[in-house]
Each structure stands twice: as structure tokens, then as C-alpha cells.
Design a protein. Sequence first.
Length: 420
Amino acid sequence: MNPAQTLPDNEAISWRYRAVTADGVISHGEMTAVSEAQVISRLRRRKLMPVRITPATRGGALGGELLSLLGRGRETRLRGRELTDFTRKLATMLTAGLDLDRALRFLGETAISPRSARVIDTLRDRVRDGEAFASALEASPATFSKLYVGLIKAGEAGGALPDALLRLADLLERERGMKATVQSAMIYPIVLIVASVFSVVLLLTHVLPQFVPLFAENGASLPVATKIVIAAGDFLTAWGVVLLAAAIVAFALVRIALRKPHLRLAFDRALLRIPVVGTLLREIMAAQFNRTLGTLMRNGVPLVGALRITEGVIGNTAGAISISEATRVVREGGSLASSLERSKIFPETMTHFLKVGEETAQLAAISLKAADIHEESSRVTIQRLLAILVPAITIIMGLIVAGIVSALLLAMLSLNDLAQ
């Protein structure tokens, strides 16, 4: 490592690092900084000893993406269920009268995994060093999002930290429920696709080659369809592993390319234009926007501040840009609903609800009600998408298998004709 390594003009880029924790565990991750020295400083504040730091560009970025696809190279963090459990347990103990230090110590001692214990112990150390709870959380962005930190700041400012934690736990559970709905809906189609592709590859690379010597010995003139299928099998046998590796590398390169803002924006806009899928993404985005905005405002966060935090929660770049523009309009005294309506990113139903909330001065309550409606609409859309997707996959893969078998039967029939 070279601590003096600095980028021209103080331009911040991503750095990948490998560090060792106090108990000897290797930690991988990535952070944005203007110099290697800044990365080292931040790691030491986290009580990590740097081992290797490289810019996450070109080959380094590709290697990092490949490690990520293999499930490695990720910063130590609390996962979805762990974060929800941590939040609810902490809220319960603070409500019961325990102070924050004792509550964090208990949670660290009773953590299920050493990784969770390290995260909680690091958080407790920062609090014991005199940092505010929200500031301590902010130092671990891999675990605690801007939304999480924003709600905690509002709770600390209003002297209602346990209530803020309870609302956070409810919000996290709802978000996990939505993700679980989407993931559960996709399990069967993915399994069906994998099984179908495996069957086709098995037919082409193992079953069909058993008949090729028979065709060659009899000197039969094979139909064009059979020649094509045999050539496809030979190609997969010779280049299958290379194709799989190339697909993984291509996927990693696409992920790297999508880090560029203009490419990401074009990709996200294209996703929203896809029939059915775009409708589903809009409904999910609307549910996420309303749930986050309503929860933040109910906890005392001003509208402009809540919109800024919500902008960071929305994963779709086009949606985040429309919220950013709406934040500017609201700051200048304009209407939130009208600005979002002009962007044509969110469903019309959402903007109508927001108009009612603004007119009746009940934006927080109306947003939470709208979130329930959009979540239900998302579930219905997922069910419809699944009802279309599964038969379509079955029919397409069935036709492919039938084509391979038909090509084989045509060749067998030509052998029979030759024998007669």
C-alpha cells in the first residue's frame, strides 16, 4: 500500500480493501474516498487493520464483481432478518428502561453469529466513546441505511428513541415481506428454467452423441434438422465451460457498466417501459416511496428532509431523479403531487392520494394508507405475471425438447428407409 497515493483534483472513486478485525477475521469491502490514506484512516476508526487496498477500477472492479457473485468480498454487516431482530429487541429493552449501553452489550453477548456480535460491539464502542447513537450508526452504512439513521436522528431529537425503533422494526418487516413475496414468486420459474436448460444440455451433450456413431456407420444422409442439432451438441461439448465463464464475466461487466449514472438511468427507464414488468416495478416503487415518506413524517422528520432520505431508498434511478426534482419544487413552495405527476414515473393512483394528503394536511397518514394499497396491487401483479410466465416457460422449453427429439426421430426414420 502507498498511503501517499491520491487522485488528481481530489476526485473520489471506489476503493476495494481487505482488512483484519481485532479477533483475526478477514473483512472485505468497498468504500468511496479521494485517497488511499483516507481509506486507511476510515478503516482504523472501525478498528480494522488494512492489509490490501486497490482502486475498484477496470480489472480491480471486475475481480471485485466476480468475488461478489461468488458471495465473497462483502463488508461485515447485519442481514435483513438480523437487522430487524436487532431493532425490535433494542426497542423492547429501551422501552423497559435499560440504558443504551447495557442494551447494546446484551445484544452483542446474545448475538447468534460472531459476525453480528462484531457489528454490535463496534456500534457499542462508538457510543461509549461519546458519539450520538445516530452518528455511530452512520459510520456503518453497509448495515444502517440513510432511512434508518434518519429515523433514529428524529427519535433522538424528539426524546422518543424506543418509539422510533419500534416503527423502524415494523417498516423493516414490511420491506422484508415485500421482498419475500417477489423472491418466493420467482423461485418456481427459476427452478423451471434451470431444470429445462439442464434437460436440453443433457440431451445435446450426452444422449444425442450416443446415436451419432450409428448414423455414421450406416452412411445415412441425415436431415438438415438433425445435422443442426448434432452441431449444436458438438459446440456445447467443446465450448460449454467457456460459454459459462464468459456469461459470468459478461454479467460482472454489465454490473460495472451500470455504475455509470447515464447508463444506469437509461437501463432503469427501459425497465419501467417493459409491459407488465414495468407496471410491477412502478407499484413496488410507489409502495416503497409512500411507506418510507409516511414513516419518516410520522416520526417528526420535515417533508423536505423526508424526501431527501426517501430519494436514497428508491433503487430505480429514474424514480430517484423524479423525487429529487420534487424535493426542489417542495422547497420552493410547490406541490409534491404535481411534481411527481409531471415526471410520469409513479402510478397516477399514488399522485392522486398525495394530492388528497396535501389538501387535507394529512400527508403522512394518507401516504401510509397508499402504501398498503400499492403493496396489495404489487402482490396481484406478481400473481398475474407468474400466471403468464410459468406456462410460457413450459411451452417454450417443451417445444425445444420436442424439436430435438423430432430431429432424432427423423434420423432414425431415414436409417429405417435405408435398411429397407
